[in-house]
Structure formats: structure tokens, C-alpha cells
Design a protein around this ligand. Structure first.
Ligand code: ARG
Length: 466
């Protein structure tokens, strides 16, 4: 008898070209622990349905345990003739148990098995991803703590806008990653549905117990519709959206670090262990990690759009197109598992040049808004205050002076509302200290934000390790 799970009605074996095209075993063997966990649950259900004796169930579970061990030890390897992980594992079971190994297939199909396996795999790996993300958030937060009071240029359009604290900017990146963690746990809730019991598409005439299987496998519930159970890949697409979004957040952080480490900015220097050199220019220190973080976002987005295109217009229920779900999911998770620890190390070890940042903070007339706000506090409509401040900036540009250097008579000439006391607001420290509302860049709100972020990270850590 061939090891194929579907040979009965065929007179010959598959053409080599078909076998090559059809095989997924070269990448789906990583599902072994999940497929075996589902098989254990299925064996117990078959016993309760009276389809296996207690002794048979025991021997099957012992063989599954041994098979799992053998795969992990490299003693059992799949070949292309196995086609996929399910076929390979059935072969392993039959090698161990003879005909008894063939009993486990009763009441299930590769269609409900693969949907179950991928849900189990992604749910487990989402926790690992969350743990890696948390490491990065903690590195960013530690730098933010160090630089909670370091003045820096805050930018819009990559031009100096208003002074900020560097810690506030670093925490802005953490906020995005915290939303990614929210998305992961929302996703996990929705993915906590067990397809096993759906069989090929219609459920089973055997007395299976999908609810008990769901519970044993850590799912909240069993699927409500067997057709949906084997056809739905929303969970894979959604996870790919979350990973793409994480990639986009990483690319934005990477892009900033690339800018910060340029000679032109000079805000940050990378540790030697997290930077690379050039094969021809001996002086170079390149931020390749930040660039790879930026570059990888392309494939993460591609994996999402590729799977969405595969799913579009697929008729119910299972179609072989769905086999295309696994590689993008594995690729996105694998790549984030590579990128995140590297970015974390880079962030944790980078040296921030607080003096350069502080010196740059007031440049580009970044305190001009303070003049406008000062005028508003004196009752001048903001529309006029904006015009008046614009005239001050114009004067500075023409005379080559900074805002606080505009002479008394020039102030008076620009507007009757201006007087020398306006200079009291023209310091970076004053501008920062004045920003006391929640979420703003002043030292008070940044301290509150740091405390809140630290609490949230700790509770996410519990989730990731659960
Ligand atoms: N390798 C297949 C997949 O990944 C398993 C399901 C195959 N089912 C089938 N009817 N050919 O989707």
C-alpha cells in the first residue's frame, strides 16, 4: 500500500511534476508538535466513541509520543513522497503500530487537521513574537527613562518644529508597539476556535466530541460551522496584517535611527557590536540593522497582500490554494524573530549624544510658537499672534539673529503687543516645563507616561509567558 492518503481510486502513482508541486512537507514539518497534540486529543475522542479500546488508545498515544521524540531527535525524517506533515506522521505511526496506526484517521481529514495545526502554531508563536516585542519596548523605555529630560528638536516634515524631550520621542515608538500587542491579543481571542471535527467539510457521522478536543487543545470553543472551519484563513491574514504593521513600526524606528546616526544629525552613535563596516571605506560605521528593519517591512507587507490575493474569491469549502497560507505566515514570523532581537540590542546599546540634541533643540526658530502662545495669553487672537510671530521670525532671518536676540525697539516696531518680557518664554526649558497637559512632552506628563508604559509592559509580559 502506498503511503499516500488518497491512493485507493488511482491506478498509478502521481507524476513527478505533480508530486513536486503538491509537496508541502519541506516546510510543514514544523507543525509536527501541533499535529501530534491534535492526534492525541483525537485518539481520546475515538476511544470515548467506542472506536478504539483503552489499550489501543494507549498504544497510539505512546507511539505518537515516540514519533514526536524521533522527529525532534532527527531520527524520523520526511521525504517528498510523504507529501505533507499529516502523511509523514501517519507513515511514522503505521511503522510503529502496523494496522492500528491506520485507525486514527477515522473522522478527520487533512482539511480540519491543517486548519487546526496552523491555528495552534500561530497562537504559540504569537506569544514568542510578543515576548520579542516586549524586549524591544523595554529597551526603548530604558533609553526614554535616561533621556526623559533631554531636550531635543521635535520635527514635522523633517524640519525643526518645537522642542521636545528625547524620551517622549522614544516613547512614541513604544506606543505603536503597544498597539501591536493589543492587536495580537485581540487576534488571539478570535483565533481561539478549533476546526477539528469538521472533517473534510461536513462534520462526521462518528460520535466525535469537537468541544472536548477544543478544550484539550486550549481553544475557547469549537467551530460553529464545519464549512467555515476548513475554509477560513482570516486568522492567517489577520496575523499577517499585525506582523506587517509591526514591520512598518520597525521601519519607522529604523529610518529615524538611520537619520540620527548620520554625520548631519550626530544624535546617536551605535555600539560596535550592533553596527557594520565597509569593505572599502575604513572609516565607515553603518546602521545595517536599522536598514534591514526598514527593508524587511517590504516582505512583511508582501506576505499579507499575497495571502489576501490567494483568498480572494475562493469558493467554499477547502481548496488546495489554501496550502499557500503557510509559507507567508512562517516567513513573517521567522523574519520578525530575526529582526526584533537585533533592533533591541541596537537600541539598548546606542549612545545618545544628549549635548548635541540639547544644542539643536532651539534651532530653526523652534520656540516661535512660544511667542504666539504668549500673545494669546495676553488676549491677542491667535490669527494675529501667528502673523506677529511670523514677522519676528522674518526679522531674525534678515538680521541673522535668534528669537531671543531681537532688540526691544524692533519688538515694539513689529507689534504694540510685544515687549521685552516675551523673552521669558524663549527658553527650551521654559517651553518644555510649560507643557503640562496629559500626553504632552513636558517632564510631568512624560513621567506619567513612563509609569503607565512600564505597568502595561509588565502585564503584557504575563500574557506573553502564559
Ligand atoms: N497540505 C495541505 C494544506 O496545507 C493539507 C490539506 C490537504 N487536503 C487535501 N484535500 N488535499 O492545505
Amino acid at each position: 500500500m502506498s503511503q499516500r492518503l488518497w491512493g485507493g481510486r488511482f491506478s498509478g502513482g502521481p507524476a513527478d511534476a505533480l508530486a513536486q508541486l503538491s509537496a508541502s512537507v519541506h516546510y510543514d514539518m514544523r507543525l509536527v508538535p501541533y499535529d501530534i497534540a491534535a492526534s492525541r486529543a483525537h485518539a481520546r475522542v475515538l476511544e470515548r466513541a467506542g472506536l478504539l479500546t483503552g489499550d489501543e488508545r494507549e498504544r497510539i498515544i505512546a507511539a505518537l509520543d515516540d514519533l514526536e521524540r524521533a522527529v525532534a531527535a532527527g531520527e524520523f525524517t520526511a521525504t517528498i513522497a510523504d507529501e505533507d506533515v499529516h502523511t509523514a506522521l501517519e507513515r511514522g505511526l503505521v511503522e510503529r503500530l502496523g494496522a492500528l496506526g491506520g485507525k486514527l484517521r477515522a473522522g478527520r481529514s487533512r482539511n480540519d487537521q491543517i486548519a487546526t495545526d496552523l491555528r495552534l502554531y500561530t497562537r504559540a508563536h504569537a506569544r514568542d513574537l510578543a515576548a520579542d516585542l516586549l524586549d524591544l519596548c523595554e529597551a526603548l523605555t530604558a533609553q526614554a527613562e535616561l533621556h526623559r529630560g533631554t531636550p531635543a528638536p521635535g520635527m514635522t516634515h523633517t524640519q525643526h518644529g518645537q522642542p521636545i524631550t528625547f524620551g517622549h520621542q522614544l516613547l512614541a515608538h513604544v506606543q505603536g508597539f503597544l498597539r501591536d500587542l493589543d492587536r495580537l491579543s485581540d487576534w488571539d481571542e478570535r483565533t481561539s476556535v478549533s476546526p477539528l471535527g469538521a472533517g473534510a467539510l461536513a462534520g462526521s457521522s462518528l460520535k466525535l466530541d469537537p468541544v472536548a478536543v477544543a478544550e484539550e487543545l486550549g481553544f475557547k470553543e469549537a467551530a460553529a460551522n464545519s464549512i467555515d472551519a476548513v475554509s477560513d484563513r482570516d486568522f492567517a491574514a489577520e496575523l499577517l496584517f499585525v506582523t506587517a504593521m509591526i514591520g512598518i513600526h520597525l521601519s519607522r524606528l529604523g529610518e529615524e535611527i538611520i537619520l540620527w546616526t548620520t554625520t548631519e544629525f550626530g544624535w546617536v552613535e551605535l555600539d560596535d557590536a550592533f553596527a557594520t563596516g565597509s569593505s572599502i571605506m575604513p572609516q565607515k560605521k553603518n546602521s545595517d540593522i536599522a536598514e534591514l528593519a526598514r527593508g524587511k517591512s517590504g516582505r512583511l507587507i508582501g506576505n499579507l497582500t499575497g495571502l489576501l490575493a490567494t483568498l480572494k474569491a475562493l469558493p467554499f469549502s477547502y481548496n488546495r490554494d489554501l496550502q499557500e497560507d503557510k509559507e507567508p505566515v512562517f516567513d513573517s514570523l521567522d523574519n520578525l524573530a530575526l529582526v526584533l532581537p537585533a533592533v533591541t540590542g541596537m537600541v539598548a546599546t546606542m549612545r545618545v549624544h544628549a549635548d548635541v540634541l540639547a544644542a539643536a533643540a532651539p534651532l530653526g526658530f523652534s520656540l516661535a510658537t512660544e511667542i504666539a502662545d504668549w500673545l494669546v495669553r495676553k488676549g491677542v487672537p491667535f490669527r494675529d499672534a501667528h502673523e506677529i510671530t511670523g514677522a519676528v521670525v522674518q526679522y531674525c532671518g534678515k538680521e541673522g539673529v535668534e528669537l531671543h536676540e531681537v532688540p526691544d525697539d524692533a519688538l515694539a516696531a513689529i507689534s504694540e503687543h510685544l515687549d521685552p518680557s516675551v523673552r521669558s518664554v524663549l527658553t527650551v526649558e521654559g517651553a518644555l516645563a510649560g507643557r503640562t497637559t496629559p500626553g504632552s512632552t513636558g517632564p510631568g506628563p512624560v513621567a506619567d507616561q513612563l509609569a503607565a508604559v512600564t505597568t502595561r509592559l509588565a502585564s503584557w509580559r504575563e500574557w506573553a509567558e502564559a
